[in-house]
Design a binder for this molecule. Structure first.
Ligand code: ATP
Ligand code: MG
Ligand code: MG
Ligand code: MG
Length: 479
């Protein structure tokens, strides 16, 4: 089954259960001070849950373009390295605005997954909210009882407040949620662990695919929870993960959604996907990032130096950096993938197809100018390295590369390391501080496009917070 067929079946299934199919909201949010990009299907329905607006339909379903690279949901660190977190992804969803509740939501999730998509029931796990003493909340017995009608009790796992209690924000609608995980391990792997229950935290081939949120409380200003007069259902299932499961793949990138892009990218380099981990990561980053770049531009957000535009620019530069450094591509490449992606999504998100030429031009200009920056920086770097006698690049030289050539510090260290040299980090820090003291403008440093990944244990802290090499070098190096 192709991704298109899988998406269509989801929407048709919920249509057959009385849901109205509605379009995706734009991936770029305008006029929302709390969020730059849509990061979940429910964003566009927020006002219905808050009671600010009355919905036209009580049951709706859609596929929503989402981006998770900033704020509460920032998955960027995982992208390209794991096989199931993307920057941009489609969230399939079904909603009840004060209409059906847990019983139907659970029964339909089960019916769709096991009868329509034919995922064997013994490959599924579900989680329910275990309760929370401090909040005086009981275990979600209702959800437990409804799940028990479908699935073996042993496959219902308890989840804590962090994973299984969803809140919109400091105040407002909230409630327990119930996640569905699919076990994609081989039969042999499963036999070896004697069928022990797993969720995605425990094994990379056991992945969360769907979250059913049951909004039944209102979080008040004084932090207390009041029952909501109308209860709502909000669900979200990642299409790319579902497709991976149904196409029997070990990675989202092996599905038709990404293979089309990876194959197209291969034509522009002398490398193939599947040959080495380092180059594979680069292919995955490109195939992932081009989607985020194209859909945000098509929805009106051009790359720029501020706000949401800055996020887009940094995603684009991150992709350039990966093909430049790991695929040995020195010419603009991403723009060549725009028509491929536009064609792929012609039926689902025609806004990209309609603007493909424009988007391609924007992407080309961006990558071209960034590549020029890289080239001149690298030339200067080569001069510096040729003239170094003590195998150390001085801090002020690293700073000059950064300040004059826009050459990110961690790229300097990366190239230095590749050539058996070190960079005087303290000297760089000092030069940076001097400049900061000199000019307030220098606080807007652009260092976030570079992710040198060094320490497997550290976590990505988001572009916004990247200001000094001390922070940058915490990242893992791609070996
Ligand atoms: P995870 O624990 O894997 O990060 P999540 O709990 O953050 O997922 P939810 O907020 O519950 O995800 O979103 C609903 C669904 O959207 C998930 O069950 C998953 O299928 C999908 N999803 C979430 N984040 C991503 C992502 N970065 N890339 C692809 N799909 C995602
Ligand atoms: Mg997450
Ligand atoms: Mg989760
Ligand atoms: Mg979840």
């Amino acid at each position: 089954m192709t991704a298109s067929e899988i998406r269509k079946q989801f929407l048709e299934f919920f249509q057959s259960k009385g849901h109205q199919v509605v379009p995706s909201a734009p991936i770029v949010l305008k006029n929302d001070p709390t969020l730059l990009f849509t990061n979940a299907g429910m964003n566009q329905f927020k006002d219905y849950f808050l009671g600010n607006k009355v919905p036209q339909y009580k049951r709706v379903t859609d596929t929503q373009k989402c981006l998770r690279v900033s704020g509460k949901h920032n998955d960027l660190e995982e992208v390209g390295i794991d096989t199931y977190h993307h920057t941009m992804f489609e969230m399939l969803g079904n909603w009840s605005f004060g209409d059906y509740f847990k019983k139907e939501a659970i029964a339909w999730s089960w019916e769709l997954l096991t009868e329509v998509y034919k995922i064997p029931g013994d490959r599924l796990y579900v989680t329910i909210f275990e309760g929370d003493a401090a909040e005086k909340l009981d275990k979600d017995q209702e959800a437990f009882d409804y799940w028990k009608q479908h699935i073996d009790e042993k496959r219902i796992l308890m989840g804590n407040k962090k994973d299984n209690f969803w809140e919109m924000g400091e105040t407002g609608p909230c409630g327990p949620c119930s996640e569905i995980h699919v076990d994609c391990r081989t039969d042999a792997e499963r036999a070896a662990v004697d069928g022990a229950s797993l969720v995605n935290k425990d094994h990379p081939q056991v992945i969360e695919i769907w979250n059913n949120v049951f909004m039944q409380f209102n979080r008040m200003k004084d932090k207390s929870l009041q029952p909501l007069p109308a209860k709502h259902v909000d669900t979200g299932m990642g299409l790319e993960r579902l497709v991976r499961v149904l196409q029997g793949k070990q990675s989202n990138y092996d599905t038709d959604l990404f293979q089309t892009l990876i194959k197209a990218a291969e034509k522009y380099c002398h490398k193939k996907y599947g040959q080495a981990e380092k180059t594979d990561i680069a292919f995955r980053v490109i195939a992932d990032h081009i989607r985020a770049i194209c859909f945000t531009i098509a929805d009106g957000q051009l790359p720029s130096n501020t706000g949401a535009g800055y996020v887009v620019r940094r995603i684009l530069r991150r992709a350039v950096r990966y093909y430049f450094s790991f695929l040995d591509v020195k010419e603009p490449l991403l723009h060549e993938l725009v028509p491929v992606l536009a064609k792929q999504f012609e039926e689902v998100f025609p806004e990209l197809f309609e603007q493909a030429d424009f988007v391609k031009k924007v992407v080309y200009e961006e990558e071209n100018s960034f590549l020029r920056t890289l080239e001149s920086g690298i030339r200067r770097m080569e001069e510096v390295m040729a003239n170094t006698t003590d195998k150390i690049i001085e801090g002020r030289t690293a700073f000059e590369l950064y300040d004059t050539f826009g050459f990110p510090y961690d790229l300097t260290t990366l190239i230095a390391t590749e050539n058996g040299l070190k960079v005087d980090e303290l000297g760089f820090e000092a030069a940076l501080k001097e400049q900061k003291d000199r000019s307030r403008a220098a606080t807007e440093l652009d260092m976030g496009d570079w992710q040198v990944l060094q320490d497997a244990g550290s976590s990505f802290i988001g572009y916004e917070q990247l200001t000094s090499p001390a922070q940058v070098t915490k990242y893992r190096t791609i070996k």
